[in-house]
Design a binder for this molecule. Structure first.
Ligand code: COA
Length: 322
């Protein structure tokens, strides 16, 4: 049995911040941001009640309703995030409590922007092993609390939000998947957890906020995501045009355009929401999946290829039948 997606959900914070809003705060412009990234606006949390947990719960509830399953049917909850509210307990355990998913084992994964794919592939491995039948996976980020709002080269890129999927064991779900990591490249995208106040250690100078070498990340993303897609297609004995929809990590429209060009595919096979969401890291792929599902774009039997990359460095992909 493989993991089949039977319900999706998402949550975006109410507050929308446009490029114009940002240009009132820092030396940037709508033209610079839009021409380099395709981003026009992003949703950001703007109250203490909107948290990583609250967004995850909202997305999870919505996915459960869409699936027709009840919280007590869920046996596994995996939350992908690098911006949990607490170091412990995990966001997944807190989601379990809020949903009343009393039969679920729950844990978080940290694979940055590839996190939702690592969660999906992990759940699929449990299903293949015959351990679970029903799972809830969530990608959620409040990156607004870990980015440096004085660094215009990173803060304009990101947004907050959550996306979720309910998975059921089925002979016709995931067809092929892969994931990988290269810790050697980790220094191009990193964020220290918090300042150490251990009196016996001299505090080092690693930045507390997200640091990124944008051009290195760009090159890595285009190369690795294209390779992942080609590898999955070859595993499945398919050619690029066989896939109905490519849902790529929503980091930058130029990255998506480059990958479409390399695969010689029209851009309309690559739905995108980076324009109004920015980069929501682990949440980007499930938010996009939920948006296109709810807009009626998906037909039963469609072949969907999900692919992402992120800090770590990490990458992951999954080919599945809708
Ligand atoms: N507004 C205006 N100017 C800005 C700016 C902003 N928000 N941010 C940076 N700049 C300036 C830089 O200071 C630099 O100025 P200089 O030439 O005087 O030194 C100039 O713009 C060009 O910067 P550069 O880094 O060369 O731009 P770029 O074309 O590489 O685009 C990114 C920058 C970040 C948009 C691009 O590299 C990118 O998208 N990388 C991938 C990032 C990513 O996907 N991260 C998520 C990983 S999950």
């Amino acid at each position: 049995m493989r993991a089949k997606i039977i319900g999706t959900g998402s949550y975006l914070p109410e507050k929308t911040i446009t490029n114009l809003d940002l240009s009132a705060l820092m030396d940037t412009s709508d033209e610079w941001i839009k021409s380099r990234t395709g981003i026009s606006e992003r949703h950001l949390v703007s109250s203490e009640t909107e948290t990583t947990l609250s967004m995850a719960v909202n997305a999870g509830k919505s996915a459960l309703t869409d699936s027709g399953l009840l919280p007590e049917d869920i046996e596994l909850i995996i939350v992908a995030t690098v911006s949990s509210d607490f170091i412990t307990p995990s966001t997944a355990c807190m989601v379990q409590k809020e949903l009343g998913a009393v039969h679920a084992a729950a844990f978080d994964v940290n694979a940055a922007c590839s996190g939702f794919l690592f969660a999906l592939n992990t759940a699929d491995a449990y299903f293949q092993a015959g351990i679970y039948q029903n799972a809830l996976i969530i990608g959620v980020e409040t990156l607004s609390k870990i980015i440096d709002w004085k660094d215009r080269s990173t803060c304009v890129l990101f947004g907050d939000g959550a996306g979720a999927a309910v998975l059921h064991a089925d002979p016709e779900g995931i067809i092929a998947n892969l994931q990988g990591s290269n810790g050697e490249g980790g220094h191009v995208l990193m964020c220290k957890n918090r300042t150490n106040n251990n009196p016996f250690i001299t505090t080092d100078t690693c930045p507390d906020y997200l640091y990124m070498d944008g051009q290195e990340v760009f090159k890595f993303a285009v190369k690795k995501e294209t390779e992942c897609i080609q590898e999955l297609l070859s595993q499945a004995g398919l050619v690029p045009s066989d896939v109905s929809w490519y849902l790529l990590h929503q980091a930058n429209q130029r990255i998506i355009n480059s990958i479409a060009r390399k695969l010689k595919l029209p851009l309309d096979k690559f739905p995108s929401n980076v324009g109004h969401c920015g980069n929501t890291s682990a949440a980007s792929i499930p938010i996009l999946l939920d948006e296109i599902h709810r807009s009626g774009m998906l037909t039963q039997g469609d072949l969907i290829l999900l692919s992402g990359f992120g800090a770590g460095l990490t990458w992951g992909a999954a080919l599945l039948r809708w």
